[in-house]
Design a protein around this ligand. Structure first.
Ligand code: IPM
Ligand code: MG
Length: 393
């Protein structure tokens, strides 16, 4: 049966990486997938064209689609705009409009990249963490919020951290369900020693666990401790479940354990709606240069096939293809290491395609013979180092 996938390239490198994902989606159609691909506007690009970072039409299309694939939003160009129309509002708006409360952010080390992490290989090799971040409530959306001018002329900014029982319960349920399919361990992260809202969080998670998930191992940590434990001993974690803002922060931290944020996909799920996106941002400094890493976006397609399109075998094949291109030594700038072959965005996409089509034959042949590496992107060493330092891809 035909399924609709809405592509929202967004801003910066979003355009380039979605173009590579499109190759994979088109290939799936040659394999009988029957995907109808649509495209929509979001972020700064949407603002430039329509005056809003989230046009109604995008929401309507997203609601009707079986899945949404998003590139990235944001950029220096729009940083001076009023908060209400910043590109990021588009992303937050679509999360809220589709009630995408469950954000799955896997941090898994590809064995080929264990040396790319800034942490020792022995600390990070083999880690496989799933951060389950609450995505449609919490301090990101709580009311009241704003900045007011006080009588003395100074200002006061305020945001509100709120969670209702039901909002905590449904994300905790997602985490326990995910854990049952993995290592069967959940660590719930809060700041219950200070924040009342997260005291409630801990209570609700504990009650749900006792009532329905006693077979899953549950622990609780304060967020400051988790920030430390992720660096000290990341292998202790299986599933981490936490609030919107803590999840934002901890998932960036967890991603760096894997060496590159350019490798990590994510899924944002609601009841019936789903949006997939790479974890990284729009990287305005390298946008348009053809050097961004498209693998996180391609791996987001793999997640989409598993969670929304009911094609788990194809999902496995894409993950395998990504692993194969790493095996043959192809690297974008963000994950480049001595002795590897540096390639740009579209050659990396072509390589994944070659691996998908070629199957085991791809690895058997020397990669350059399979992929037309005629023009590998040459980047100055200094620039590469700078990018790595910034964690940009
Ligand atoms: C993320 C991003 C977003 C967030 C921004 C771009 C609004 O950092 O998806 O992690 O804070 O959720
Ligand atoms: Mg973030």
């Amino acid at each position: 049966m035909s399924k609709t996938v809405l592509l929202l390239p967004g801003d910066g490198i979003g355009q380039e990486i979605i173009a590579e994902a499109r190759k994979v989606l088109n290939w799936l159609n040659t394999q009988g997938a029957e995907l109808t691909l649509e495209e929509g506007l979001i972020g700064g690009t949407a603002y430039d064209e329509t005056g809003t970072p989230l046009p109604d039409e995008t929401v309507t299309k997203a609601e009707a689609a079986d899945a949404v694939l998003l590139g990235a939003v944001g950029g220096t160009k729009w940083e001076t705009l009023d908060y209400s129309v910043r590109p990021e509002r588009g992303l937050l708006g679509i999360r809220k409009a589709l009630d995408l409360y469950c954000n799955l952010r896997p941090a898994k080390v590809h064995p080929q990249l264990a040396d790319a992490s800034t942490l020792k290989a022995e600390v990070v090799s083999g880690i496989d963490i799933m951060v389950v971040r609450e995505l449609s409530s919490g301090i990101y959306f709580g009311e009241p919020k704003g900045v007011e001018t006080l009588e003395d002329g100074t200002k006061r900014g305020y945001n509100t951290l709120t969670y209702k029982t039901g909002e905590i319960e449904r994300i905790a349920r997602s985490a326990f369900e995910a854990a049952r399919k993995r290592g069967n361990k959940v660590c719930s992260v809060d700041k219950a020693n200070v924040l009342e809202t997260t005291e409630l969080w801990r209570e609700v998670v504990t009650n749900l666990h006792a009532a329905e998930y006693a077979d899953v191992e549950l622990s609780h940590q304060y967020v400051d401790n988790t920030a430390m434990q992720l660096i000290r001993d990341p292998k202790q974690f299986d599933v981490i479940v936490t609030t919107n803002m803590f999840g934002d922060i901890l998932s960036d931290e967890a991603s760096m354990l894997t060496g590159s944020i350019g490798m990590l996909p994510s899924a944002s799920l609601g009841d019936g709606n789903a949006l997939y996106e790479p974890i990284h941002g729009s990287a305005p400094d390298i946008a348009g240069k053809g050097v961004a890493n498209p693998l996180a976006t391609i791996l987001s397609v793999a997640m989409m096939l598993k969670h929304s399109l009911d094609m788990p075998e194809m999902s496995d094949r894409i993950e395998q293809a990504v692993s194969d291109v790493l095996d043959v030594g192809l690297r974008t700038a963000d994950i480049m290491e001595p002795g590897m072959t540096q390639v740009g965005t579209s050659v990396m996409g072509d390589a994944v395609m070659a691996a998908l089509i070629g199957g085991p034959a791809f690895k058997a042949a020397a990669a350059p013979a399979v992929v037309p590496l005629a023009k590998p992107v040459k980047m100055k060493k200094k620039k590469m180092k700078k990018m790595k330092k910034k964690g940009k891809n």
